[in-house]
Design a binder for this molecule. Structure first.
Ligand code: ZN
Length: 243
């Protein structure tokens, strides 16, 4: 299983991930297929040509008239409006039909958090701790922050648990064991953890193991397409820093 999140219309990044990941049974996306990037239709079309499931993210809603654009910052809003204008009808219908949270296989999935699937950013252990109460499976996958992280809840004696967070490095295996996890595989199309390479994960349902990966892609090609489309310069610039 290939796990991706926050592709954000970045076709060169998605193509690099698909090539690096090799053959997979199915692709699971945690939302924000579009917004920010210059290739919203191509990204959705390429993914839908394969065994693929996705959730909706806040930008998928913003680009299809389902979210109030005043909640986005100026650059994100401009990118949502640009995307709305260029979306082909088939892409739009697909995005509008996406659920905001679900269970894929035996894994709970939400774009932001189990408690507030479209909007909450799970950025720290305290927020993660609260959110462990909002899903019933052992493992939950989220995106939205564009920062890879694993939150772990280990049950202690008398029901007292211990919560921890760790940041995965490329190549790391993440095994739940007897713990509960909330795992964010980072962003394919707009990483924000200081590493500009596309981030993704593999998942083996039989063992429960996730493996975290990074892959370089042609950032200049995406930036050139963004500039040609008239998307905000800051959104193109940030790609080369992963910020
Ligand atoms: Zn996003």
């Amino acid at each position: 299983m290939l796990i991706i999140a926050d592709v954000h219309g970045n076709l060169p990044a998605l193509e690099a991930v698909l090539a690096d990941a090799g053959s997979v049974d199915e692709i699971w996306s945690l939302g924000d297929l579009v917004g920010y990037g210059p290739h919203p239709n191509d990204v959705v079309q390429l993914l839908r040509s394969q065994p693929f499931r996705s959730l909706a993210g806040n930008h998928d809603w913003g680009a299809t008239g389902q979210a109030d654009l005043s909640v986005f910052n100026a650059d994100a809003r401009a990118a949502c409006q640009w995307t709305d204008q260029v979306l082909e009808e088939e892409t739009r219908e697909y995005l509008v039909g996406l659920e905001v949270s679900s269970v894929f296989g035996s894994v709970h999935v939400a774009h932001g958090s189990p408690r507030d699937p479209l909007w909450e950013y799970l950025t720290n252990v305290r927020l993660a701790e609260i959110n462990f109460g909002y899903f019933g499976t052992q493992v939950c996958l989220v995106g939205h922050t564009h920062v890879p992280i694993t939150f772990r809840w280990r049950e202690g004696v008398h029901g007292v648990g211990a919560f921890s967070a760790s940041v995965p490095n490329a190549g790391d295996a993440i095994d739940p064991g007897a713990d509960r996890l909330i795992f964010n595989p980072g962003s394919v199309g707009q990483p924000r953890d200081g590493d500009p390479r596309a981030a993704y994960a593999h998942y083996e349902p039989a063992t429960g193991r996730f493996t975290f990966h990074r892959v370089a892609y042609d950032i200049a090609a995406t930036q050139a397409a963004m500039r040609a489309a008239g998307l905000p310069e800051r959104l193109a610039f940030r790609l080369q820093y992963g910020s």
